[in-house]
Design a protein around this ligand. Structure first.
Ligand SMILES: Nc1ncnc2c1ncn2[C@@H]1O[C@H](COP(=O)(O)OP(=O)(O)O)[C@@H](O)[C@H]1O
Ligand SMILES: [Mg+2]
Length: 349
C-alpha cells in the first residue's frame, strides 16, 4: 500500500508525535509498504505534477529525527519555519500527497490531529485515515464533555468541574476540596496538568492550565494506582500499570526512559481486571469510538476505579503503552500497525 505517516503539527505533543510517526514509518516499511513520513504542518518540497511519484522515492524520511526532550516543545519556533505564513494549517503539498495515498496513518497527538478537525477535512477531501472519526475524536478530546458522557453512561470519573478563563475562583473551592488536579480541558501528555494542595498551588495550577486552553477541568485528586487500557475494535487489551518513580505521570515521566515502571499485564485480581476492562469498553461505546483508543484510569487506595480520559491517537512507539499491551497478547508492533490500517476510516462525504 501507499501510505503517508502523518506526524508533527503544532500541538504541545509535537515531539511525541514525531517519535510515534518514525516508529510506525519504519515498521510499515519493513512490512513492504511504500511509506513516506510527512510533517502535517511543515509539509515537503515536491513540485512534480504527479503527487503519487513521491512514493517511489528511495529516501529514509526519518533519518535525522532526534529523541523527545524533557520539556514539551516551543511551538513558536515551529511556526517561524513556515515562511508562507500559516493561514493554511496543512504544510506545502500535504493534501495532494495524502490524496494520492491509499491511506494516511495518523501519528499525530493532541490538538489538531486528535480533536477531529483533520478527520473532518479528510472526509471531505476523500482521504482514508486511521483511527476514529471526527465526532468521536472531538468528544474524547474535550475532557469536560467526556466526563459528562461517562457520568451519563455510569462510568465512574473523579468529581470535577469545568471552568472558563475569567470565571470566579470562589465558585470552585466549595465543590472540589484539596488536593485537586487542574488540567487543560483539551490538553494531552500531561501538559498543563498540576496537582494543587494549597490555595497558592491552585492559583499557579490554574495559570499554567490556562496557558494551553481557555477552559480547564478541576477535579478530585485520586491517590492510588494508575492504569491504562487499550481497546481495539471494541475489545479491551490487557491492562498496563504505570508507576512513576517520582510524582505523578507528568510529561517527563511519560517520555524519559526509566522514569516510570510499567507492568503489563497489571497485577490485579481477575475481578478487578474485568471491571476495569469493562469500563474501558463502555467508554469506547459511550464516546462512539471506532478502530482503537486507550483509556486512562486511577484506582484509589480503597480499590475504587475512576476513568480519567480517552486517548484517540495514543502513543505508538514500540515502548508506548498500547503497543506494550498488544505485545502481551502476541501482537507485534508491525502487525499492530497493519491491523490499524485495516480498520482505517473510509471518507464520508
Ligand atoms: N483526578 C486525578 N487524580 C490523580 N491523578 C490524576 C488525575 N487526573 C490526572 N491525573 C494524573 O495526570 C496525568 C494526566 O492526566 P490525564 O487526565 O490523563 O490527561 P492527559 O494525559 O491528556 O494530559 C494522569 O496520567 C495522572 O497521572
Ligand atoms: Mg492521559
Amino acid at each position: 500500500m501507499k501510505i503517508v505517516v502523518l506526524a508533527g503539527g503544532t500541538s504541545s505533543e509535537r515531539d511525541v508525535s514525531i517519535s510515534s510517526g518514525a516508529m510506525i514509518y519504519r515498521a510499515l516499511k519493513e512490512k513492504g509498504h511504500q511509506v513516506i513520513f510527512l510533517d502535517v504542518y511543515l509539509g515537503c518540497e515536491w513540485e512534480e505534477q504527479d503527487a503519487a511519484g513521491i512514493f517511489e522515492c528511495e529516501k529514509d524520511w526519518v533519518k535525522e529525527l532526534g529523541n523527545i526532550s524533557e520539556e514539551n516543545p516551543d511551538i513558536s519556533q515551529i511556526r517561524a519555519m513556515r515562511p508562507d505564513g500559516d493561514k493554511n494549517f496543512f504544510g506545502p503539498n500535504v493534501i495532494r500527497i495524502c490524496q494520492a495515498a491509499d491511506a494516511v496513518f495518523m501519528a499525530l497527538h493532541g490538538e489538531n490531529g486528535e480533536n477531529g478537525k483533520i478527520q473532518a477535512c479528510f472526509d471531505l477531501l476523500g482521504i482514508t485515515y486511521t483511527g476514529t472519526d471526527y465526532v468521536s475524536s472531538a468528544l474524547a478530546m474535550d475532557k469536560g464533555i467526556s466526563k459528562e458522557l461517562f457520568a451519563y453512561h455510569g462510568i465512574p470519573t473523579p468529581a470535577g468541574i469545568r471552568l472558563k478563563k475569567g470565571q470566579k475562583q470562589e465558585e470552585i473551592k466549595e465543590r472540589v476540596p484539596f488536593p485537586c488536579i487542574v488540567k487543560a480541558c483539551c490538553g494531552g501528555s500531561s501538559v498543563g496538568v498540576s496537582v494543587a494542595m494549597t490555595e497558592e498551588d491552585y492559583e499557579k495550577a490554574l495559570e499554567e492550565a490556562y496557558k494551553y486552553d481557555d477552559e480547564v477541568i478541576v477535579e478530585q485528586y485520586i491517590e492510588g494506582r494508575e492504569f491504562s487500557v487499550g481497546v481495539i475494535a471494541g475489545k479491551a487489551l490487557p491492562i498496563i500499570e504505570i508507576a512513576p518513580l517520582q510524582g505523578f505521570y507528568n510529561y517527563k515521566n511519560k517520555y524519559q526512559p526509566g522514569a516510570a515502571v510499567e507492568t503489563c499485564p497489571a497485577e490485579l485480581s481477575p475481578e478487578k481486571t474485568k471491571e476495569i476492562q469493562g469500563y474501558a469498553e463502555k467508554v469506547f461505546k459511550a464516546l462512539r469510538l471506532k478502530s482503537y483508543a486507550r483509556m486512562d484510569f486511577m484506582m484509589s487506595r480503597q480499590g475504587e476505579v475512576f476513568c480519567l480520559e480517552a486517548n484517540t491517537l495514543p502513543g505508538m512507539t514500540p515502548v508506548s503503552l498500547l503497543p506494550q499491551e498488544a505485545a502481551a497478547v502476541g501482537i507485534g508492533f508491525g502487525d499492530l500497525c497493519e491491523k490499524i490500517l485495516e480498520m482505517a476510516c473510509v471518507p464520508q462525504k
